[in-house]
Each structure stands twice: as C-alpha cells, then as structure tokens.
Design a protein around this ligand. Sequence first.
Ligand SMILES: [Zn+2]
Length: 249
Amino acid sequence: METSCLFCESPAGSKEHLWAAWIHERKDFGPLKVTIGGSPKEIRNDPEQKIDTVCHKCNNEWMSRVENKTKPVIACMFEDLTIPLDRQQQTLLSNWAVKTAMVLDSVKNPESNARFYQKPECVTFRQRRIIPDRIRIWIGRSSLSALGAYGTDVAIITPEGSPLGVGTATTIVIGHLAVQVMAMRINSELKDKSITDVQPKPGDWDNMLVQIWPIARDSVMWPPKVTFTNSGPRSIATLMDRWRIGKAI
Ligand SMILES: [Zn+2]
C-alpha cells in the first residue's frame, strides 16, 4: 500500500536519511546503553539511519532548510562549546526538534492512525512552522557524545485514575546535546477545561535542563549547571524515563 508523506500529499518512501549529512561524517559515537523502566536498552547509534515516511521533496527542500539553519547552533553543542541561545536560536532549535520528533513518531508507528502527531498539525508545521499547542522542549548536556533517539508514549490520567489525554516524550542525543520534546493532547471533551501540564517524576531538572519552548527567557546558556552521565542517578536514562508516570500505552 502506498502511503503519503507525513508532511504533504506526495507519496512517501524514498528512503531519506534521518540525520543531516554533516552527521554522517562522524562515526565515532560511543554506544548509549541505558536501563529504562527496569529493562536494559541500547539506543541506536547509526548515522546512516534511513526513514521512509517522508517524500524526497520535503526532505530536500523545507526539512533541509530547517537543518541548515539550525546546524550552526547544533554543531556548537555537538562539539561541547558553551553558547548562549537568543530567542531566534531557541525557535530554530525548537523547530528542528519538533520536525525530528514528528519524523521519529512516524517511523515508530508506520500506520498513520497510530501516530501521536496528526497529519493536519504536521502539514501546518511544514507550511507555517507552527509548533502544536502543549509542546514543551528542554535541552541538556550528555557527558558521552552519542547519537540516537528514544520515545516514550504515556497515558495522562488524573490522580483518581480517569483519562485526560495522551502524551509522547521524544529524547534525542546528538553529540553532547540532549533534547527532549514533550507533547500532550487532551481528550476532545475536555478541550475547554483548564488542564495543567503534566509534571515529570521528581528530579533535579531545573539544574539539568534549560527550557527553550515555549520561550521563557530572552537568552539561555548551554550547557546547564549539571550534566547527564552515562549511568547512575543523574544518567541520561533518567531523562528518557522521566515521563513514565502514568500507565504506559
Ligand atoms: Zn512531503
């Protein structure tokens, strides 16, 4: 069955690279072996990873422009240089993270009706770079230079156990940069109610992460005060696992 591109109506499936061309030059990433939710996992570490859910035109036109605009910022953090990010840079990096999260979600769920990010929001993002509501994005530093991404889907429930909606957290490690995109969708019958954003498991997040979306400060510094290690109580696995609070779906 031919499926359409995640971001437009053209046929998908032209086997495009997930990571930008400049990442392919680098092959010296350490393995990212983590324990998440009690089970050991090895996060994929493949610069050549291919995707087949977008079309050649999207990949080579607007997605490539997003990559190229963001490269100077990502390359600094990739190489572990301390940098400030102004509002424009926070927006560029957020756009890159949302694009990557949407693509990863589509790869994880080849059937389009099983995806978290719905087609209209992906199309609107392509056309106008509008980041869907209820998305929050943070950046941190990984002590190990790695390459990979990890997704957690969660059901959002009240303390009494009634369902409020669904969420998905995408954690991307690219060099020393760790990015996390947390997206929530509230059930439609609750749309008009004020529902506060779900909070992660307790942790030293304020010292380990800097929020870049929604933009909270005109300028933020990377890296944050505290770095994610490869193992132990401040490991990158705790970041990947911090939304596993409700019932996993
Ligand atoms: Zn397309």
